[in-house]
Design a protein around this ligand. Structure first.
Ligand SMILES: [Zn+2]
Length: 405
């Protein structure tokens, strides 16, 4: 092993080893399926194939469950084991497909879209892949999504308990309301961060790092939370926010289905649900029940961003130094997280910066704006270039032109 190896050589070694792991997973899943079907696990006194896995592999409950479900998925949809064995499907991705296949209300419909999922699997991070699968599940399992939203609504609760040890705030409720609350919370947290950063900069100049800020992230979060309450107390009761706080990304077809939810003549519900074109979610990819969104949109509490069938957001074509307002939002809708490979920071906490740097005459338009977290936005100035391919997927190139995979 040498520390002088180039980033691409190290990446290649990782890739080779991980390919072996995927092949091994395909073989393991085939064996588990064989033992599951034959009932051979009973000979040693195990009650289930899951118990057999736990005994032999020292698996956790979750690990055994994942593998048994993947075995059942591969039994019905053979292309899954083929994709694992040829390395185009990741191990965690196969477990996510197996999870949705085990959903009794929509698992049998996975056959309609499995090829789409296998097609895009090599291009997507695990998080993006899960967003796609959950997006599909949200629309295929209408009763489940509707039921979950209804239960969250019925069981909503919040408490502020003050004790000698300090205050404890706890709340649970529906995802749509949570999206608006999370957006407000993030804005207040950002303001606290900006204040600390400006103060540290005045003291340390360009040497400022996060470690030199006056407060920790957790401390700023609490202070932000407190300020929300203080500002609410200073606001006249009954006044309304100037604009909807949350953008909901929904396609025309899903919206139409929600409108016709109770119409027995409407046949749109039976169409296969293409997870690349259909969606009902926040900008961060949190799935929402279409009926819930429709009601909130009618009440003017959320703004709908209805996409065309091809999902492409219109080019705004205005030259502006920074993405703001509608342009920023449209750019953020192009991805759910920071576009840097492996980075999980949600789009709502990213800056929509230019792909082609402004100094190099980059047009400020939505198709050109990649959501990137603060760290990667600065890091890319080392000569890295993000770009978006014809399918709308983001890639990042190293200064030498090779791609970070
Ligand atoms: Zn990032």
């Amino acid at each position: 092993m040498s520390i002088d190896e180039s980033p691409s050589a190290l990446a290649q070694r990782f890739h080779d080893l991980d390919l072996q792991r995927r092949k091994a997973e395909a073989s393991l899943v085939a064996l588990v399926d064989e033992v599951d079907r034959s009932g051979a696990y009973r000979a040693d006194g195990h009650l289930s194939v899951s118990g057999w896995c736990k005994a032999l592999g020292k698996y956790s409950h979750a690990e055994a469950n994942d593998r048994v479900r993947t075995a059942r998925l591969a039994r019905h949809l053979a292309q899954v084991s083929v994709a694992l064995a040829d390395g185009t499907l990741g191990v965690a991705q196969s477990h996510e497909l197996a999870r949705v296949f085990a959903n009794p209300r929509c698992g049998d419909r996975l056959v309609e879209v499995i090829d789409i999922f296998l097609d895009v699997a090599p291009e997507l991070s695990h998080k993006e892949f899960c967003i796609l699968v959950r997006r599909w599940e949200n629309l295929a399992d209408v009763d489940g999504a509707h039921g979950a939203a209804g239960r969250a609504h019925d069981r909503r609760r919040a408490s502020v308990v003050n004790t000698m040890g300090g205050v404890h705030v706890d709340a649970h409720g529906p995802a749509l309301a949570g999206s608006a609350m999370a957006e407000v919370f993030e804005r207040f947290c950002q303001a606290e961060f900006d204040a600390d950063w400006a103060a540290a900069r005045a003291e340390f100049g360009d040497e400022v790092t996060e470690g030199k800020l006056a407060r920790t992230r957790s401390q700023r979060q609490f202070d932000a939370f407190q300020k929300i309450f203080e500002q609410a107390a200073a606001t006249a009761p009954g006044s309304r926010p100037a604009e909807p706080l949350v953008n909901i990304h929904i396609d025309e077809k899903t919206l139409n289905n929600a409108i016709h939810a109770d119409d027995p003549e409407w046949e749109g519900h039976l169409d296969p649900i293409d997870p690349l074109r259909r969606r009902c979610e926040t900008a961060d990819g949190i799935p929402l029940a279409p009926g819930e969104v429709l009601a909130a949109a009618l009440a003017g509490r959320v703004r709908r961003v209805v996409t065309r069938a091809d999902g492409v957001i219109l080019d705004m074509g205005r030259r502006q130094r920074l993405f703001t307002g509608a342009v920023r939002e449209a750019a953020l809708l192009g991805a759910h997280t920071c576009v840097w490979p492996g980075c999980d920071i949600p789009a709502s906490r990213c800056q929509a910066d230019h792909v082609v740097d402004w100094r190099h005459a980059g047009e400020t338009s939505a198709g050109n704006g990649a959501p990137m977290c603060g760290y990667h936005n600065r890091f890319k100035n080392n000569g890295h270039t993000p770009h978006r391919d014809a399918q709308g997927l983001w890639h990042v190139l190293r200064p030498d032109g090779s791609e970070i995979r």
